[in-house]
Design a protein around this ligand. Sequence first.
Ligand code: FAD
Length: 499
Amino acid sequence: MHTTDATTHTDVLIAGAGPTGLVLAVDLARRGIRHRLVDSADRGFPGSRGAGLQPRSLEVFEDLGVLGAMRAAGGPCPPLMVWDGDRQVGEWDMFDRAEPTPAVPYAEIMMLPQWRTVEILAARLEELGGHVDFETGLTGFEQDADGVTATLTRSDGTTETVRARYLVGADGGRSAVRHALGVGFTAEPVDERAALLADVVVDGLERTHWHVWPDAPGGRLALRPLEGVETFQLVARHDDPDARIDPERDGTTEALQRLIEEGTGRSDLTVGEVHWVSAFKPRMAMAERFREGRVFLAGDAAHVHSPAGGQGLNTSIQDGYNLGWKLEAVLRRGAPDSLLDTYATERMGVAADVLGLSTRIHHEDDGGRPRRGPETHQLHVGYPDSPLTRELRHDLPEGALRAGDRAPDAPCEDPASGARVRLFEVFQGTHATVLALGDGEPAVPAVPEWARVFRPVDVDGHVKEAYGSGYFVIRPDGYVGLATDDAGDVAAYLATLTG
Ligand SMILES: Cc1cc2nc3c(=O)[nH]c(=O)nc-3n(C[C@H](O)[C@H](O)[C@H](O)COP(=O)(O)OP(=O)(O)OC[C@H]3O[C@@H](n4cnc5c(N)ncnc54)[C@H](O)[C@@H]3O)c2cc1C
């Protein structure tokens, strides 16, 4: 076995280039933070798995500069067609259709196969000068007070030593990083019934609907057309909890042809190429800690949910998005280490809530006519109890925006150029934003170079409707950190994020 002699150095080593690791790498790359993103696989994830992108994730993707590519490739969730054998029983919409509003520009889930999401994020990373080191697995590490010394092993057996200031385990549900840390992860089954999952060409099946056979012999069968390609995502859940699925045996063209014929009673459907196949049993688990010294756990490495409700990938990428700006603040601006602790406190609270939500939805779905409400959109997710949240105003009316909430969008006018802008365009980038809002000309507080003050001209009243008046510090990840009536509070708050 060959071992490279020299130790290479980086600031952030990320193990795992799934959606979580890629979002973190894109965020660090645009911040100019040295990082290394490694993945033991030989290429990006090839399956459609986490295909439902929630409205909050679309906002994150807009900030990261990938939303255009995703919208061009994705599409809305089609209505369900419920079948009994070869007989259509009726159409069913899982979602209340919703229109965008000035505060919520993306009101509905968007469907995009996970492999495409990963591909688009990887392309963005390359555009920013980064890349994924495939066939390079993290196989061991030790940490001390100043950093982490990690061993990387390539598929040809060669090894390399990397010294990093921080390590992020974004290495999925079976996380080697979590195991090495000895962090507990007690998994509980959400459902004893296993399911076969495949991306497969099915000739003859209409692409207008998500086809569901709730009472197919052997167990529920669903086929959903994937966006931009000719494949369908097949999910076949066995009713028998003792049934064992072997993807190699059960995922061949012939086996899937039989499954579909038996399940649908239709002889006019022809199974073609099978692009990807897998099996899963829904379970829920959450790591006992998301941070251990200089090592962080993020995404599925930190929490695993039932796929019901489409929360896993969405929660995972927002872990990466929460961590990126905090790492920059600590590495570049001398922010206190306690800022990194807030990653764990903020994201563990969210993960626990999401685990409860997806488990509840999973069991509700057993009725056969699933419904998804706005609680799955993740727009209500916030950090009201975070140590970073300061709400300094009093007697706020019911329903008013508060510190800790997601910062809403609003169309307005840029006072400098007179151009129409959306607040999300003003927030976009690596900086924090201070919104100075009110009648007349609110004072402009002094801010450090990594924050920007914006005093919009509220031509249509949308800013006032969303925010009211006062001073709002919008964190780089789009949450209201501080809300106050006093411009003098702003500098002190920003100093807590700098040290
Ligand atoms: C059937 C199913 C349907 C789903 N549907 C949805 C949905 O609609 N919406 C949703 O939000 N979520 C959904 N999910 C969940 C979603 O797929 C996951 O939450 C998401 O993939 C997590 O991303 P991740 O980057 O944290 O982990 P992963 O995608 O698992 O990526 C981890 C990466 O780490 C790499 N790796 C592993 N070990 C090492 C190592 N030692 N060194 C280096 N690299 C390593 C792996 O090769 C992999 O590329 C679904 C999941 C399933 C199973």
